[in-house]
Structure formats: C-alpha cells, structure tokens
Design a protein around this ligand. Structure first.
Ligand code: AMP
Length: 427
C-alpha cells in the first residue's frame, strides 16, 4: 500500500514523501488505520519496523487543525527507554510535523534541565520523554498532562528491563482517563502484557510477523579462539575495507578493552556504553553515521533501538545471553528493506551458549572457521610472547608501524575477561 492511498492529511503526505517514504511497511499497514480510528493498541513489532511513522502519523493527523499548545500542556506523550531513542523519535516526529505549527520536543536525562524546562514552557504539542526525566519535570508544577489525547509507550519490554514499569504505572494519576494509548514492544513478557492491559481500554492486539530469523540479514557464526577475536575483527575490517561496523560486547569493560585493541591496530573507533556521557554518545554516533568512525563498540543497553541508517553489518564479538538481545542487536542492520550481515564470533567455550541461543530462536546459523583461526592452528608467535601486562605493552608499543601484525597479548584479553565474571556485568 502507498502512502498516497491513505487518508492522511496533505501536509503529512508531503512530509513523508519528502522523507523518502512511498510504501507503508507491514507494521504501518496494520497500525495506521486502527490508530487513525482512535483505537487503543497493543502492538508486537520489532525495532526498525517503521513503528515511529505507524503511531506518529495518525497521532499528528489528529492534531492538525488544533490550536498549537500555549505552554507545557502536551497533546501527546511518547515514553521511551533511552536518550538516543528519545532524540531519534523527536527528530522523526518533527520532520513529519514540519508542515504544521505543531511543536515536538524531547526531554531526557543527562542533558541540562533548565533549557528543557524553558522550552517546555514555551509550548509543546508532542512530548517525547524518558521516564526518569519526565518525573523530574512533573515533580515541579509547570508540566500538565491533563490535556493529553494520546499516550505512546515505546519499547515497553526494554522499559521493563530497565526497571521503568512502576514509574509508568505511577504516571496514571497525571493522565486523563479519556485518551488513546498505544503500546509497542518487541516481546510481551507477562509484566508488559499486564502493563498494556492496565494502561489501555478495549485495546486491539496487533502482531506484525515477528522476524526472529532476520530474513534480510545474512547471519553467520565465525568460530575463533577467544583470545583472537579482536585480531580477527581488525583483520576483517582491513581486508574487506569495512567502513561502518557496529560491534557488540556484553560489558563496559569489554567495550573499553576492545577499544584499546582497535586503537593499537590503528582502526578508527568509538565506544558507546551506559557510562559514556551524553556528549560522548552523541559524538560517537555522529562520527559513526558520518563515516569518520569505522567501528562503533557498544553494549546492549546503550544501543537498544539505535537507528543508524543503512548500517551494513553488526558483529557480536561476544554472544548475548538472551535471545531477545541477539534479535535486537542484529536488528540494527537490515532495516527498512535494506540487506545487512551479522557475524557472531564464537569461541569453543561459547558453543553451548550458541546452542541455547539457536534453540530459543529456532534457527540454525551457518558456521565456518576463518582460515588461520582453526582451533588446532598453532598460536601465532605474538600470542606466545609476553605473558604479563607489562610485557604486552612493550610489545605493542613497538608495533605501531605494522599494526595489523602487532604482537597481541593472549594474557591480557583472557585474564581481564576472567576477572569480569566475578562482577555483575555493567552494560
Ligand atoms: P523505526 O522502526 O520507526 O525506527 O524505523 C526504522 C527505519 O525505517 C527508519 O530509518 C525509518 O526512517 C525507516 N522507515 C520507516 N518507515 C518507512 C517507509 N514506509 N519507507 C521507507 N523507510 C521507512
């Protein structure tokens, strides 16, 4: 179905056309007519499926012709788990609202409070917020949600993971009973289902065929000894001249460690995890999107929902524990109809985990061992030299001239990883 065949008002049709959308995605085809009819919805849809336009366009269609807000009295509130998602949603919704006088803004933690407050007070029609910062604003008296016509809960399963569900339930007392509510979630564990039923009235369930297999994503497992994963990554980036590669690891420590490895290999990179400041995250993303950063090393919590246009590939340097995280990780590529590839680097120790993952996903991933990385292959000379951090550093420093052939430290990579298992992973 084409956007031109929908009943969306002309300014919105012009905006989506300027954005380059012609055909509706499956989630848009299902959600748009129901949302336009004012129906409450519980939608099971993956990130990257086009859900922003699915709820955003009908929502804005209802507001066009209404008087723009005079003060912090939004007509719509979109709650989303992370700052990046809040920024992304606000960017897309602002673009859709371009031909109207409606004002869209995002409030999220990690950014100055006062400018957000001032902007809110100047008038906002569509407010995108992360739960924590929303409550900061609500605890002062200028933000009024009493006129809300539409509430959207985005990535509800991730909000559950991040402990926001109680906050959302608490929000009820600020909301008018008469409103449209749409909840979107990739998965519906019992707590999300319960929340959905509490927040909606006679909601219609919409299930957009879950894409657990990542149909447009070529998924492969590369079998590689644990201590040689960084080396293989550097080799592939160099050999194939990869320009944009998103690499997932499980912990902040692993992200920092891999960043150090890539620096020694002379590969431009940035790290992206929960401890990075908002400024650092924005710079990393902007550099990656602009092609100045070839490898973005990220943890799940930071990268959830990221929309990096036309991202060609994702690498799991470490396998995620949860199948759901695997789906979200590889879902950063293969978006909006473009093909992508996803490589998981799996060491012999991780094979049982791979097995569990494949069972949960109901897929069998193609496996191969890159030439020279066979388990039986004798370790290269560089792994046999240097057993301590000091020896390792010395070896590395001398190597800057020939980065790809740099002596690497088996000891450092595996030792730190081993230490890491005693701590709760920090994502
Ligand atoms: P979302 O799931 O809303 O984050 O969208 C994922 C990506 O798909 C974004 O880059 C959107 O700009 C893009 N997109 C959404 N809907 C369409 C469409 N109908 N045609 C082309 N691209 C789209």
């Amino acid at each position: 179905m084409l956007f031109s065949e929908t009943t969306l008002p002309a300014p919105l049709l012009a905006a989506v056309s300027a954005y380059g959308y012609r055909e509706l995605t499956p989630v848009q085809q299902q959600v748009l007519p129901l949302a336009l009819a004012g129906q409450d919805l519980l939608v099971s849809a993956q990130t990257g499926s086009g859900k922003t336009a699915a709820f955003g366009l009908p929502m804005l269609a209802g507001f066009i012709g209404q008087t723009p807000a005079d003060g912090a009295i939004p007509k719509a509130l979109i709650l989303t788990p992370t700052r990046e998602l809040a920024q992304q949603l606000a960017t897309h919704l602002s673009a859709f609202a371009h031909g109207s006088a409606l004002r869209v803004m995002a409030v999220y933690g990690g950014a100055n409070f006062r400018p957000q407050r001032q902007q809110l007070q100047q008038g906002v029609d569509v407010l995108v917020a992360t739960p924590g910062r929303l409550f900061d604003h609500l605890s002062q008296d200028y933000l009024n949600l009493g006129q809300l016509q539409c509430l959207v809960l985005d990535e509800a399963d991730r909000m559950l993971d991040m402990g926001f569900i109680k906050d959302i339930q608490r929000l009820q007392k600020w909301l008018p009973a008469q409103r449209q509510t749409m909840l979107f979630s990739a998965t519906f564990p019992p707590a999300v289902r319960q929340l959905g039923l509490e927040m909606t009235q006679q909601a219609q369930w919409v299930e957009v065929a879950p894409d657990h297999s990542g149909a447009s994503i070529d998924q492969q497992v590369l079998l590689v000894p644990k201590q040689r994963k960084a080396e293989l990554l550097a080799e592939l980036v160099g050999k194939h001249n990869w320009q944009q590669t998103l690499v997932f690891v499980n912990t902040k420590e692993a992200a920092t460690r891999l960043g150090a490895e890539l620096m020694l290999d002379g590969i431009s990179h940035a790290v992206f995890h929960g401890d990075c400041t908002q400024g650092a995250r924005n710079r990393a993303l902007a550099g990656f999107a602009a092609g100045n950063v070839r490898v973005l090393v990220a943890t799940d919590i930071a990268a959830r929902g990221l929309d990096i246009p036309a991202l060609p590939r994702v690498i799991n340097l470490e396998l995620p524990v949860e199948a759901e995280d695997y789906v979200h990780r590889i879902g950063r590529t293969g978006r909006a109809g473009l093909d992508g590839e996803a490589f998981s680097f799996v060491s012999p120790q991780e094979l049982p985990q791979l097995q569990r993952l494949q069972q949960a996903l109901g897929v069998q991933l193609a496996q191969s061992t890159p030439a020279g990385y066979e388990a039986t292959a004798p370790l290269p000379e560089r792994y046999r030299t240097g057993t301590g951090a000091g020896a390792d550093n010395t070896a590395r420093r001398t190597d800057k001239k020939h980065p790809r052939h740099a002596p690497r430290a088996q000891a450092r990579f595996s030792k730190t990883a081993r230490n890491g298992t005693h701590r709760k992973p920090q994502r």
